[in-house]
Design a protein around this ligand. Structure first.
Ligand code: C2E
Ligand code: CA
Ligand code: CA
Length: 657
C-alpha cells in the first residue's frame, strides 16, 4: 500500500521537475514567500514534536500547497508539497516509513485534486492572474472534496490494515488531524490564493501557533506515558511502544521477526525500602534504570510494578531472546552503590516473544514474569517463557481451588493430614520439639508436593483457612501428648499473610483455651523470606503472640535479607538456620563460619538456634560442638504421622519443654 502510493507520487513529482525548473527561474517573490512558509510551517519550533504515531502526522502544508497549485500551476504545487512533507516527517521516530507515506499520500491527494479541478473548470486561475470569483466556487469545492477523499481514503486504508480495531479504530485515530485539514483546505487555501505576497506571513502565523499547540498536546501525551521516579516508560507507554514495534510486522520482508518482552525482577530492592526508607529505594531504582537505559536505550525500557523493569527488544530469535534477557539481568547484577552503601538487586529476568507467546502487552508481560519466576526457582539468571509456565499457573489455580474446597468441607478433612518432624538437641540427642507439616492427598491427583502447594497458597485467601485448620489439628495432637504425660513443643508454620492479620493472636489463644493446652506446648514459625520487618502491624501481632506465651521462631534464616541485628526488633525465641547453610557445612569453611557466627549472635541475644536439613552424622556431630544447638533433618528423623512419631519417640522419655 505504502509502496504503491510512493511509486505513484514519484511518477508525479519526477516528470514535474523540468517544468518546475523552468518556472523557478522566473518565479515571482510572492511564490518564494509562500513556498518558504510551506517549508517553515511544519518545523517543530520548540523541540522535536515527539509523536508516537507513525502514520498520522500533523502537517499544515496542504493549504499552502493547494494555494500554490491554484496560483502557479501543478508542478510548483507538487514539488512544494513534497518538500514540505519531507520537512514535517524529518526527525520523527521511525521517520522513514511514516515519512514516505506522508509524502506519497499528500502528493497523490494533491494530484487527484488538481485533476478533478481541471475537469470542471473552464479557465484555471493560473491563467487569470489570481483572485477568486463566484465561478470558482464549484471547481474549488470539487478540488477540496477530491483532496479529502484521496488523502483520508489512503490514510484509512493503511490504518485499517495495520491498526487494531480495523476501519473504525482508524477513523477514531485520524479525527483530530481531519479537523486541521478541513481548516487548511477550506480556509487557508482560498485565503492565500487571494492574498499573495507578504499577506501570507500574517495568515501563516496562526497556523504556526496551531501547529505548536498540537505538538504540545502530543508532548504531554508522551509525558503521560512515562513514570515519574525514573522517567522510564510506564505501563501505557510500554503498551504503545510495543504496538508501534508490531506495526512493522506486516512490512517485514522475511515474515515476522519476534519482539521480546523482557521482565527483570528486582524484588530484593523492596526490602531496601522497608528497612532503609523509600528515598534510598528510589535512588537505587533510578541507578538501576540508568544501567538498563545505557544498555538498551531510553525508548526501550519501562518500569511496571515497583519491583520490575521491562525491556522491549525487537527483531529476536529464541536464542537472542535468552541472551537479551541475560544481558538485562547482568546489567543489574553488580551491586548498586547509593550513599556509599552497596545494594544487591538480586535480578532475574524472563522473556516472552510476540507474536509467538501473544500479541497483547499484558499477556506478554505476565508471561515474561512467569518466566522470571521460573528462573528464580531454577537459580538461573534468565529464562525464556515456555508454555509449561502457563500450565503451571493453571495447575496452581486448580490446587488452590481444590484445597479451599477440602478445607471448607469437613467430610473432606481426612484428605488433609499433619506429619511431625522431630527437633533434637544435638549434644544430648534429647527430643525437644517437633515441627508440624501439612500433607494433602487429593482423591484424583494423589499426594500433592507441599512445596508446590504452599507456593500456590502463600499469598491467597486460602492461607488463613489452612492456618486455622493446622492450628486446630496440631493443638489437639499436642494436647493428647500432654495428657499422656509427654508434653512436647510443636511448631506450626504461618505465613506472612497470617502475621499481618491482627486476629491471629486471638485465634491462637482461643485454640489453646479450647483444648486446654499450656502455651509452652506450641510454637509459631514464620519464614524470613517473606518477613516485612518494620511493619507496625507485624510487630504488634508478634508481640501479642509472645504475650500469650507462645514461642515465635524465625524460619529459613539466611534466605531473606534480614540481619540478626534487625531481628532484635521482633520478640523472637528461636532462629532456624536454613538448610542451604547447614548442608555441606562439613566441607565448606564459609558455611561453617556463617553458622557459627549466627549461633554466637543469636545465643548472645537469648535465642535458641535450630539447624535445619541435618542429613548425615558428620553434620550432626560438627553442629553438636555448638552449645545448645538443636537439629532437625532426615538424619535425626523424617516427618511422620503422629502415630508413627509416638512409636519412634515417645518410648524414649522427652525432656521438659
Ligand atoms: P520448612 O518450614 O522449611 O519445613 C522444612 C522442610 O524441609 C519440610 O519440607 C521438610 O520435609 C524438609 N526437610 C526436613 N528435613 C530435611 C532434610 O534433612 N533435608 C532436606 N532436604 N529437607 C528436609 P516440606 O514438608 O516439603 O515443606 C515445605 C515447606 O512448606 C515448609 O518448609 C514450609 O515452609 C511449608 N509448609 C509446610 N507445612 C506448612 C503449613 O502447615 N503451613 C505453612 N504456612 N507452611 C507450611
Ligand atoms: Ca518451618
Ligand atoms: Ca525452614
Amino acid at each position: 500500500m505504502v509502496g504503491a502510493a510512493a511509486v505513484i507520487a514519484a511518477a508525479l513529482v519526477l516528470p514535474a521537475l523540468p517544468s518546475f525548473g523552468r518556472f523557478v527561474v522566473t518565479a515571482p517573490a510572492e511564490f518564494w514567500i509562500m513556498a518558504s512558509l510551506a517549508l517553515v510551517v511544519d518545523v517543530p519550533l520548540f523541540g522535536r514534536g515527539r509523536q508516537s504515531e507513525v502514520w498520522v502526522r500533523p502537517t499544515a502544508s496542504p493549504g499552502l500547497a493547494i494555494a500554490i497549485l491554484l496560483v502557479w500551476g501543478a508542478a510548483p504545487g507538487y514539488l512544494v508539497q513534497a518538500a514540505a512533507a519531507v520537512v514535517s516527517a524529518w526527525g520523527q521516530p521511525q521517520g522513514w516509513l511514516g515519512g514516505t507515506f506522508l509524502v506519497s499520500r499528500l502528493v497523490c491527494a494533491l494530484a487527484a485534486a488538481e485533476f478533478a479541478h481541471r475537469l470542471v473548470t473552464p479557465e484555471p486561475i493560473t491563467s487569470r492572474g489570481g483572485g477568486l470569483t463566484n465561478e470558482d466556487l464549484l471547481p474549488f469545492l470539487t478540488l477540496a472534496t477530491t483532496w479529502f477523499l484521496v488523502s483520508y481514503g489512503l490514510l484509512l486504508l493503511v490504518g485499517a490494515t495495520v491498526w487494531r480495531g480495523g476501519l473504525r479504530g482508524a477513523a477514531v485515530r485520524v479525527r483530530g488531524e481531519l479537523l486541521r485539514s478541513l481548516a487548511q483546505v477550506l480556509l487557508v487555501a482560498p485565503l492565500l490564493t487571494v492574498f499573495t505576497g507578504w499577506w501570507d506571513v500574517l495568515v501563516a502565523l496562526p497556523m504556526l501557533i496551531w501547529n505548536e499547540r498540537t505538538r504540545d498536546y502530543l508532548r504531554s501525551e508522551e509525558r503521560s506515558r512515562h513514570e515519574p521516579v525514573t522517567g522510564l516508560l510506564n505501563h501505557e507507554g510500554l503498551q504503545a511502544r510495543l504496538d508501534e514495534l508490531a506495526l512493522y510486522d506486516p512490512l517485514r520482508p522475511y515474515g515476522v521477526r519476534p519482539i521480546g518482552v523482557v521482565f527483570v525482577n528486582v524484588d530484593a530492592t523492596l526490602v531496601i525500602g522497608r528497612s532503609l526508607g523509600w528515598d534510598t529505594h528510589e535512588k537505587v531504582i533510578r541507578a538501576a534504570a540508568r544501567r538498563l537505559t545505557d544498555t538498551f536505550g531510553p525508548d526501550r525500557v519501562g518500569r511496571l510494578t515497583s519491583g520490575g523493569f521491562v525491556v522491549l527488544v525487537p527483531g529476536l530469535t529464541e536464542v537472542d531472546a535468552l541472551a537479551a534477557a541475560t544481558t538485562a539481568a547482568q546489567a543489574l547484577q553488580p551491586a548498586i552503590v547509593v550513599d556509599d552503601i552497596p545494594f544487591a538487586a538480586d535480578p532475574v529476568a524472563g522473556v516472552a516473544l510476540s507474536p509467538e507467546h501473544g500479541r497483547d502487552f499484558d499477556v506478554l508481560a505476565f508471561r515474561s514474569q512467569l518466566a522470571a519466576g521460573e528462573a528464580r526457582r531454577a537459580h538461573q539468571l534468565a529464562q525464556v517463557y515456555v508454555k509449561q509456565s502457563q500450565d503451571e499457573a493453571d495447575r496452581r489455580i486448580a490446587l488452590l481451588a481444590g484445597l479451599r474446597m477440602a478445607l471448607l468441607d469437613p467430610r473432606r478433612h481426612n484428605e488433609i493430614s499433619v506429619v511431625y518432624q522431630p527437633q533434637v538437641e544435638l549434644a544430648t540427642r534429647r527430643l525437644v520439639g517437633a515441627e508440624a507439616l501439612v500433607r494433602w492427598t487429593h482423591p484424583d491427583w494423589g499426594p500433592v508436593a507441599p512445596g508446590e502447594l504452599l507456593d500456590a497458597v502463600e499469598a491467597s485467601e486460602v492461607m488463613p483457612l489452612l492456618t486455622r485448620h493446622m492450628l486446630d489439628r496440631v493443638v489437639a495432637q499436642s494436647r493428647a501428648w500432654y495428657e499422656q504425660g509427654r508434653p512436647l513443643r510443636v511448631a506450626v508454620n504461618v505465613s506472612m499473610h497470617d502475621l499481618n492479620d491482627v486476629v491471629l493472636p486471638a485465634l491462637i489463644s482461643d485454640t489453646l483455651h479450647r483444648y486446654g493446652l499450656p502455651p509452652s506446648c506450641l510454637a509459631i514459625e514464620v519464614t524470613e523470606r517473606l518477613l516485612v520487618l518494620d511493619s507496625a502491624r507485624v510487630l504488634q501481632t508478634a508481640e501479642k503472640i509472645q504475650q500469650i506465651g507462645v514461642a515465635l521462631s524465625l524460619d529459613d534464616f539466611g534466605t531473606g535479607y534480614a540481619s540478626i541485628q534487625q531481628l532484635q526488633l521482633l520478640p523472637l525465641a528461636e532462629v532456624k538456620i536454613d538448610k542451604s547453610y547447614v548442608q555441606g557445612l562439613v566441607h565448606d569453611k564459609a558455611k561453617a563460619a556463617i553458622v557459627r557466627s549466627v549461633h554466637d549472635l543469636a545465643t548472645a541475644l537469648g535465642m535458641t538456634v535450630v539447624a535445619e536439613g541435618v542429613e548425615d552424622a558428620a553434620t550432626a556431630s560438627a553442629l553438636a560442638r555448638l552449645p545448645g544447638v538443636i537439629g532437625q533433618g532426615w538424619h535425626l528423623g523424617r516427618p511422620v504421622p503422629a502415630a508413627v512419631f509416638d512409636e519412634q519417640w515417645h518410648r524414649q522419655s522427652p525432656g521438659p519443654t
